[in-house]
Design a protein around this ligand. Sequence first.
Ligand code: AMP
Ligand code: MG
Length: 338
Amino acid sequence: METKILSTSDEDIALAAEIIRNGGVVGFPTETVYGLGGNALDAASSENIFTAKGRPKDNPLIVHISGLSQWAPLVKEITPQAMALAERFWPGPLTIILEKSDLIPMETSGGLNTVAVRMPVDETAKRLIEAAGVPVAAPSANTSGMPSPTKARYVIEDMMGRIDAIIDGGDCSVGLESTVITLATDKPRLLRPGGVTVSMLEEVLGEIDVDPAVYDKLDDTQKAASPGMKYKHYAPKARVTLLKGSFEKFAEYIGKNADEKTAALCFDGEEKKLGIKCITYGKENDSLSQAQRVFSALREVDETGAERVYARYPDKNEIGLAVYNRLIRAAAFEVIEL
Ligand code: AMP
Ligand code: MG
């Protein structure tokens, strides 16, 4: 298939919207990461997304809307808690799960009777959804398992020849996927951490649960509340290990264990002190800068040709929890305590 590279001009957005209405798939920017968009109401369109991404069929898609009026038809009921969250955080990087209506095909919801919905704040995303005139189902625009794309060139790398078009809208501002919360359980439960933090959610909802899969690997007996969390994820081709401890201990470990096939994933400024290939992923005590950098850093690691990567262990506070959640999966849960 020929993949058209489009700009954010009105003409190109109209073309992309037409592709989506006709059941095709378009890569497009949002504030979180690039998405692979299709018509959320069309089962065949969702199937095309799963095929392009190589995504397991039981891992549901997030449905993107451009206005509140698009939400009600997709769900059984917009609960007062759901409305309170939407009023506070939409448009923005929060995805809200509720029981789905019959309009959402099982192909879109991964066979679940719930649906995840989000209203992006990114202008291009908003214009595309409006022009399409349908809710747009979109997972991250990477090949399943790879780091999520925060730049158009990474979408091109993964999806050229596999989808109908890619809109180049520059770099994503948040850099990590949305926070996912379910309100389809008795008590609100965080399924995936992101730019909207636990404390921000608790300001609106009171205490919430945090799914155990946010921190740890599920064992074979546990059922994943968020199907996406059970898969190895976000990983570069190189094997990644997190090293927990001070920078001094990190440098000492690198000194003893690194060879020419090893790279370090470290914080800004540390690259001058390590003497091996280094990719930085933000400032040490600044989780926001780490969030913006972590996925491109994981892609850049592969561009160095490294086979082994030792990564600095991030702070888990606030948005740092989301950085940790992605890195620990990129490392397939491999951590060494220094
Ligand atoms: P992505 O499409 O790559 O941003 O990933 C979407 C994430 O949201 C995955 O981890 C999904 O498993 C999760 N998700 C989407 N819809 C639901 C749902 N209805 N119930 C639980 N998790 C969901
Ligand atoms: Mg993804």
